[in-house]
Write a protein of this length. Sequence first.
Length: 77
Amino acid sequence: MFKDKYHPQVKKDLKKLDRSVRAEIQNTHIQQILNSPCAFDILYGDLSGVCSYHFRKNKVEYRISYMVDESSKTVFV
């Protein structure tokens, strides 16, 4: 399984979200990404190499963007 590392802005953005959404991201969606990081959308163009994970909660679309470092088994959110 992969480890997760967060950009400082991600932590600030998570604090702005509702607690239930924040808990779901941390407990469900991040775990899915860590279990199989290459299973989700890969972006192209200027964002080449960045992966994207989408989910919906309470009729709001959310996106988690991340990069995978296979050598260190780390996902950078």
